[in-house]
Design a protein. Structure first.
Length: 367
């Protein structure tokens, strides 16, 4: 009798004193489309389905679908299309100080919503993506990684519009802090500082959720190839060759011009990668283009793949044209000076014409 009591006491003691590591740590709570889960030390892939148990070291991937995982402490992560996350570690202990959560975002986009119960202290939550490490002092943010190795982090607001807290993004070169709604930073490589945080103006959660779609691997591989090709072309230039030094790359005659009849709406990318938009707005200094005597800053003529705008001159008129969800057809006197601010379905465009002036143009279009 005493022997069995001793065994029972030993089992209960292990349950109380030792954290839960190998038991299921959560389950798939939402599923749209397809996905799969690969267990540790197993090559078998389980098709994602509602209520499928999740364990430590699981490799969770989405195809043309979205998955939400709810952990036992009520922390939730939501993955968009073509995403992959590895649950590196999950320890849920009666003593919160011993509880831990570690995630690795390999590619795609995940939204992290921490538990309001705080059963796992923020300091014990470790999230990494490529060369970026996110410190949790907030409750709601998104993290996006692409195949090129870039990572973007956006701090999301509470339902009342206030910041959901504060998060840090760290690389080997330093740390930035974000504590305002819709602040975003981009990490290009681990050896560089994260970019200065910028605030995405006039954003909504639904809009960001729809934009954060990282290209599937095949497309990003092509982007890497193009990037490598451009780098090779630059390396091939002989800077000492006289003919190269004599070239005027800002000569307005070198700019390919277009007109209204030559607008190719097939050039429009309806799923502009927000990583490209933010990285361009943070890293790219203001550049002035000259189109038939018109100085244009903030939009690159004749077609700007970032703002998705066409710019051309016909007679005495400068036209700025954009057709993505909504249509903008702005015709201006090409000799005038303007400050232009456009918000179209969440896309912010700031431009100046001929150095800007007293003429202010504001366009606000909803979905």
């Amino acid at each position: 009798m005493h022997f069995w009591l001793l065994i029972l006491f030993s089992v209960l003691l292990q349950i109380v004193l030792f954290p839960i590591v190998h038991a299921d740590i959560g389950a798939i709570s939402e599923l749209k489309g397809n996905g799969e889960v690969t267990r540790e030390n197993s090559s078998d892939k389980l098709l994602a389905e509602l209520a499928l148990d999740i364990f430590s070291n699981d490799d969770v991937r989405t195809g043309n679908g979205r998955i939400a995982i709810r952990f036992v402490d009520d922390t939730t992560i939501r993955l968009t299309e073509h995403s992959k996350v590895i649950i590196d570690k999950f320890v849920f202990d009666p003593n919160p100080e011993k509880s831990e959560l570690a995630l690795s975002f390999i590619r795609g986009t995940g939204r992290f919503i921490s538990s309001k119960t705080k059963r796992i202290p923020n300091k014990n939550v470790k999230i990494k993506a490529n060369g970026a490490y996110v410190g949790i002092r907030g409750t709601d943010f998104t993290i996006t990684s692409d195949e090129i190795g870039r990572t973007m982090v956006i701090l999301l607001p509470n339902s009342d519009g206030t910041a959901s807290g504060e998060i840090t993004v760290t690389t080997f070169a330093g740390t930035v802090v974000m504590n305002k709604p819709f602040q975003a930073t981009v990490v290009t490589v681990a050896e560089q500082m994260p970019t200065r945080p910028v605030t995405l103006t006039n954003m909504t959660l639904d809009f960001i959720d729809n934009l954060l779609i990282v290209n599937p691997p095949e497309e990003t591989e092509r982007a890497v190839e193009e990037q490598n090709t451009q780098a090779n072309n630059i390396l091939d230039i002989d800077l000492l060759e006289e003919t190269e030094l004599e070239k005027d790359y800002l000569d307005e005659d070198k700019l390919e011009n277009i007109d209204r009849l030559s607008i190719d709406l097939l050039s429009i990318d309806f799923l502009v990668d927000l990583l490209d938009v933010i990285e361009t707005s943070v890293n790219k200094q203001a550049e002035v283009s000259v189109l038939e005597g018109v100085e244009i800053e903030g939009i690159t003529p004749p077609f700007d793949p970032i703002t998705q705008t066409f710019t051309f001159v016909e007679g005495s008129m400068l036209t700025i044209f954009r057709q993505v969800e909504n249509t903008i057809d702005l015709q201006l006197d090409k000799d005038g000076a303007y400050n232009i601010s456009i918000l179209s379905a969440g896309q912010q465009i700031e431009a100046t014409i001929n150095g800007g002036g007293e003429s202010e143009i504001f366009i606000n279009q909803s979905n």
